[in-house]
Design a protein around this ligand. Structure first.
Ligand code: ZN
Ligand code: ZN
Length: 131
């Protein structure tokens, strides 16, 4: 139903469902890994994602792991140990833009870059995790 890929097209995935929501995370790890003010994640059930080639995983904290393309370095996903049924797919990797819902929240604003001003986009705002 949904499909996506990294910048060099080595990593590709498909999903059997559309993403349930789009959340923008401003935590320090997301900012550094994306090289942008925040990382946009699409929420999917983990079992709905099929990787054509598995991306490389690394443990980004005690509670989460992230994946990237070993060839071009594109960030692909994040998984939380506490929620094994969930995967956050990096929104910029999706190919079917029409399947992406409007953003619902900005989270981890306690880490927000001071040089980035939030848009008046009607989303909910959270200092740490959202709901
Ligand atoms: Zn790649
Ligand atoms: Zn984050």
């Amino acid at each position: 139903m949904a499909s996506g890929s990294c910048a060099c097209q080595y990593i590709k995935y498909t999903s059997s469902t559309a993403p349930s929501k789009l959340v923008n995370c401003h935590c320090t790890t997301c900012r550094k890994q994306s090289g942008a003010p925040y990382q946009a994640f699409l929420h999917f059930p983990a079992k709905s994602i099929k990787w054509e080639v598995e991306p490389t995983a690394w443990k980004s904290s005690e509670t989460a792991s992230r994946t990237f393309c070993p060839r071009c370095g594109s960030t692909m996903s994040m998984s939380l140990n506490a929620f094994p049924d969930f995967v956050g797919i990096v929104a910029g990797t999706i190919d079917d833009d029409k399947l992406v819902p409007p953003a619902s929240a900005h989270i981890f604003l306690e880490d927000k870059a001071s040089w980035y001003e939030l848009p008046a986009d009607g989303t909910s705002r959270w200092q740490t995790w959202g709901q």
